[in-house]
Design a protein around this ligand. Structure first.
Ligand SMILES: O[C@H]1[C@H](O)[C@@H](O)[C@H](O)[C@@H](O)[C@H]1O
Length: 578
């Protein structure tokens, strides 16, 4: 047995023979902290008993407790999808493109009309539709800091209160400023929840089902979007139906608030907050085990990670003194410095921002929100139903992603699905071109087509859009939200917050540029630009996104220590999944 093997053996022995007595963890000293963790750094560990233990556990299905917890936390996703979509159903968009289509059956299902004191002008409409994304953009980095200080669960509870206040505020408002305030409050809730829910779920999930469980919360976003269509459609005949539409968002938030009161905090956050006993209790429920071997292993890995982080922090940052606020501010400064100065954290941030940027800059949301308009311009009899097919496809394909993500792997799914998106976009672009510029080109882009004169190319566009949505939903639509697993505990919340802000920032940019691009660049070129964005994103992901399926959260950082670890991750994935 050489030196390395004996260290591994030592680690294994400690893990295998450890009883549940937590004093063991108080013994984590520097030497132990330096030893490679099971599954980390050294390939040899994958062939020994440690791997067997972890595989046995890995293959066990997630416990009923963790499914229930994920559903409860995922209600935020439902709210995110529903609330975000509902404003787009209530407010006609600001350009002639939609104004014309409202005359047909438009994406504007339940219109505000003059209910806010006067007919909405362009500025009102822009403010109402954009303040939610802006609120989310501001809230996500701030929330990331608060989630470290107060815990993940506390943030979900606060987000629920904001969802309720924002939804009710919008439902009763009689003025445009009131609506803008309501939507901004909802934006804060969406920003906070979209960051913290995947973070909370990934910190609670067993490694082997982490991908699936995080994807469940994304599935609920897509369900929220479908529900928004249905409710909008059902309320479209009633005057003031929009008030019900936005106000209904409060109901799931009340339910989630109640559920979250009885659900536990993230065990990783608890260990960091020196509440190891509590963390151990939660992990036992998560893994549904009577014997503590796996629970001990996970706890030990978390403790070791924290010990390693402490050891690498310089003395100046450790020696912060002053009142509580000063210490807190200093710790935020230190964490930000750690985020950007430590290579492994910087690499994690680059990957996470790349994926979130790609998720939005590929144009998906604008295409989805304006699909009814586009379909009415293309001469479909029922554009609302046609665009509902897009939302339903998004939901079904996210469900497929949920079923395969932990088996096929994030990287592989992403690299296979982005080309499908590109194919769909190029087909859309060509079909628009073939449809002929005089009808849908730069000048009369907003001219509605007579259904009887509908060209077969319109059907090609519908099919191509569905292909694009399939690629999106199976891949980047949910893979970007696996972001939290890339970061070590000390910067996990901050890193996820910055990546989430990249998502909302890009969402905002696409929202602003989509319609001008459609009008001035023509639809064909707009689709071509999105295809180019996807191609660039694919190349970057191919170069820097490692495979993380089934790796423990504490193991992922080992991959990014000295490089992006793509080759190493593929080698490990092969060993884990021969
Ligand atoms: O992951 C979600 C999901 O794919 C939604 O359908 C989309 O609207 C969101 O922007 C995205 O973040």
């Amino acid at each position: 047995m050489d030196g390395l093997e004996s260290i591994n053996q030592y680690v294994l022995d400690t893990v295998i023979t450890a009883d549940s007595n937590l004093e063991l963890y108080e013994m984590v000293d520097r030497d132990e902290a330096n030893a490679p963790l099971i599954g980390e750094h050294e390939p040899a560990t994958f062939e020994n008993d440690g791997h067997r233990i972890s595989q046995e556990h890995d293959n066990a299905p997630p416990s009923a407790f963790i499914w229930a917890l994920t559903f409860a936390a995922g209600i935020s996703g439902l709210l995110f999808g529903y609330e975000y979509n509902s404003s787009l159903h209530c407010v006609p968009s600001q350009t002639s493109l939609t104004v014309v289509s409202t005359g047909v059956i438009s994406s504007t299902l339940v219109s505000i009309g003059t209910d806010l004191g006067h007919p909405l002008n362009t500025l009102d409409k822009s403010l109402i539709t954009s303040c939610t994304s802006l609120g989310a953009l501001i809230a996500s980095p701030i929330t990331s800091i608060l989630a470290d200080r107060f815990g993940r669960r506390a943030i979900i509870l606060v987000a629920d209160v904001l969802f309720i206040a924002g939804a009710l505020g919008q439902a009763v408002t009689v003025s445009v400023p009131g609506m803008v305030v309501g939507r901004t409050v909802v934006g804060f809730a969406v920003g906070g929840a979209s960051l913290v829910v995947p973070l909370y779920i990934s910190e609670l999930s067993p490694s082997a089902s982490r991908g699936r469980l995080v994807t469940l919360s994304i599935l609920l976003i897509t369900l929220g979007q479908v529900v928004a269509y249905f409710i909008g459609y059902m309320l479209s005949m009633q005057s003031g139906g929009w008030r019900w539409m936005v106000g209904l968002g409060a109901a799931p938030a009340v339910l989630q608030f109640g559920l979250m009161l009885v659900l536990p905090e993230s065990p990783r956050w608890l260990v960091k907050a020196d509440k190891t006993q509590e963390a151990q209790k939660i992990l036992r429920k998560v893994y549904a085990v009577k014997v503590d071997t796996i629970v001990d292993k996970v706890l030990r890995a978390i403790k070791t990670e924290i010990a390693e982080e402490e050891a690498t922090r310089d003395d100046v940052s450790k020696a912060v003194s002053g009142n509580r606020a000063q210490v807190w501010l200093a710790s935020i400064r230190n964490r930000s410095a750690e985020m950007f100065h430590v290579g492994m954290n910087r690499r994690a941030l680059t990957i996470a921002c790349l994926l979130q940027g790609l998720q939005q800059l590929c144009g998906f949301n604008s295409l989805m929100y304006f699909s009814a308009t586009i379909f009415s311009l293309l001469g479909f009899y029922s554009p609302t139903m046609t665009s509902l097919s897009i939302a339903v496809t998004n939901f079904i394909c996210t469900l497929i992603a949920l079923l395969i993500i932990d088996r096929v792997g994030r990287r592989r799914i992403l690299l296979l699905s982005v080309p499908v998106m590109i194919a769909g976009l190029i087909a859309c672009s060509i079909a628009y071109e073939c449809l002929g510029r005089p009808t849908l080109g730069a000048e009369p882009f907003n001219k509605t087509m007579d259904p009887d004169a509908r060209s077969p190319w319109a059907v090609v566009i519908l099919i191509a859009m569905i292909i694009y949505v399939c690629g999106y939903a199976i891949g980047i639509g949910n893979i970007a939200w696996q972001q939290s697993e890339l970061f070590p505990l000390s910067v996990r919340s901050l890193g996820s917050g910055l990546a989430t802000a990249t998502n909302w920032g890009s969402n905002f940019v696409v929202g602003l540029t989509f319609l001008p691009m459609m009008e001035y660049l023509t639809p064909a070129w707009t689709f071509a630009v999105y295809a180019l964005v996807c191609a660039i994103g694919w190349m970057c992901a191919w170069g820097i996104y490692p495979e993380t399926k089934r790796l423990g959260l504490e193991d992922v950082r080992g991959l990014l220590k000295d490089s992006y670890g793509v080759q190493e991750s593929l080698r490990r994935a092969k060993i884990r999944d021969p």
